[in-house]
Ligand binder design. Structure first.
Ligand code: AMP
Ligand code: ZN
Length: 459
């Protein structure tokens, strides 16, 4: 097999992957902040991580995959100010912070399942690891890297010469150019390790600590839990590109202070999903969930297939035409697969070319091109099917399990459903009713529920 080359953001270049330990590869992926549903942008990042894990496994590695659940400490502002997103979510929904954490964690796991992502071996919740986070902060304190203000314990980034190296941060430029009020912080890049509960209000989530009652900062959970489950020096750490400048830089600073390591040997980041060239953001409250696509009759695996069509280090612009094309392409691929006879064997030459592409920094789009070429080639049909099964270990399209659906929703109906969704968003009720009738004429009933539009065949 060829070497696996991965793009490491620490060195900003492709590097040959070689595991630190003989028996397992440690993969830590920053998980969701569970104050709301995941949007399809978030899911693109987890899809990239799923493809990375599948690549490692196809190469025979045993991956220890850890995903955390951020259920405390992620503040509304990255400058460690404002409300905790969980407490804000609780105010928005009227449910307790603990209940919404549970609810959105379950919904997130369901999304991963619908997208046929491999389940991580270890899920870990920040609130289940308060003791580990307190010991990590105590270690940082003992090594002299923090100070205490009236609202918390802060990491002193000026104590590290290479703080911010991951994002090639220009510290002098930053300090000179900033006129922002940093309060009691010594440097604008300093960040909270522990925040004290506000004196005038009761938090739902708070704990005692050697420094006072309060809650952990967002970054410390990942340092503490990755050290617990993967040791303080492990193979690969992933997240979305927005994590490079702050969250991951701060995780590295914490580890360097306490353990003297930069945490992970490889730092890999998924580029964002854009909507109409704008960033999709959860905090804006107006976003597309996987369920929004399912309600429109779109198969979640069509979204998976769409994401597979773009390399993880390029931004992907979401639009309905691309999603529809992806659904059509996936259906054709499934039908092609179904029509092929069983009993063949994997075509080694195409399998080798395929793996050479995925080993080139998880280049799935190029691997897909190898697949189309194989399907057009003179390889015998039964071998084509066996080779597709082999490819599907990376694609994760469940080709083997797929059965043609009765009453499948046609492209035309999907298109009308999208138009109806738009007209409802624009409060154009007359048009929305007209579209409902048109859809009915094509054999589908639309129901508007609190969870969005549902479609079913007319009885
Ligand atoms: P959050 O739940 O906000 O903590 O984010 C969960 C993951 O989704 C993180 O790895 C983010 O970097 C990533 N992410 C956030 N927005 C997007 C987006 N528009 N496209 C791709 N990934 C994203
Ligand atoms: Zn993290």
């Amino acid at each position: 097999m060829t070497d696996i080359l991965l793009y490491d953001n620490w060195e900003r270049q492709l590097r040959v992957f070689s595991p630190i330990r003989k028996d397992w590869v440690g993969l830590y992926c920053c998980g969701p902040t569970v104050y709301d549903y995941a949007h399809i942008g978030n899911l693109r990042t987890y899809l990239f991580e799923d493809l990375l894990r599948r690549t490692l496994e196809l190469n025979g590695h045993h991956v220890r995959h850890v995903v955390n659940i951020t259920d405390v400490g992620h503040l509304v502002s990255d400058a460690d100010e404002g409300e905790d997103k969980m407490e804000a979510g609780s105010r928005r929904t009227g449910e307790s912070a603990w209940d919404i954490a549970e609810k959105y964690t379950l919904a997130f796991k369901q999304d991963l399942h619908s997208l046929n992502m491999l389940e991580p071996q270890i899920w870990c919740k920040a609130t289940d690891h308060i003791a580990e986070q307190i010991s990590f902060i105590a270690c940082i304190e003992q090594k002299g890297f923090c100070y205490i203000t009236s609202d918390g314990v802060y990491f002193d980034t000026s104590k590290q010469d290479d703080y911010g190296y991951l994002s090639r941060l220009n510290r002098e430029g930053l300090e000179a150019g900033k006129r922002v009020d940093i309060g009691e912080k010594r440097n604008s890049t300093d960040f909270a390790l522990w925040k004290f509960s506000p004196a005038n209000s009761q938090r739902q989530m708070e704990w005692d600590s050697p420094w006072g009652r309060g809650f952990p900062g967002w970054h410390i959970e990942c340092s503490a839990m990755s050290a617990k489950y993967l040791e303080p020096w492990f193979d690969i750490h992933c997240g979305g590109e927005d994590h490079i400048a702050i969250h991951h830089s701060n995780e590295i600073a914490q580890n360097q202070a306490c353990h003297g390591t930069r945490l992970a040997n490889f730092w890999m980041h998924g580029y964002f999903l854009q909507i109409d060239a704008g960033k999709m953001s959860k905090s804006s409250g107006d976003f597309l969930r996987l369920q929004s696509l399912i309600d429109l009759g779109i198969d979640p695996l069509a979204y998976r297939w769409l994401c597979l069509s773009a390399h993880y280090r390029s931004q992907l612009n979401f639009n309905w035409d691309a999603l529809r094309a992806s659904q059509t392409g996936l259906n054709r691929l499934r039908e092609t697969y179904l029509a092929l006879p069983d009993g063949g064997s994997v075509n080694q030459s195409y399998a080798d070319r395929f793996i050479a592409e995925v080993n080139q920094d998880v280049n799935v789009p190029k691997a897909i091109a190898v697949m189309w070429e194989m399907l057009k080639s003179p390889v015998i049909d039964a071998d084509k099917k066996a080779t597709l099964d082999y490819f599907d270990q990376i694609f994760g399209l469940h080709l083997k399990q797929w059965k043609p659906k009765q009453n499948a929703i046609s492209e035309e109906v999907t298109h009308l459903l999208e138009q109806r969704k738009l007209s409802r968003m624009n409060k154009n009720w007359a048009e929305s009713d007209r579209l409902r009738d048109e859809i009915k004429g094509l054999g589908f009933e639309v129901e508007d529920t609190a969870d969005g539009m549902k479609v079913k065949p007319v009885d």
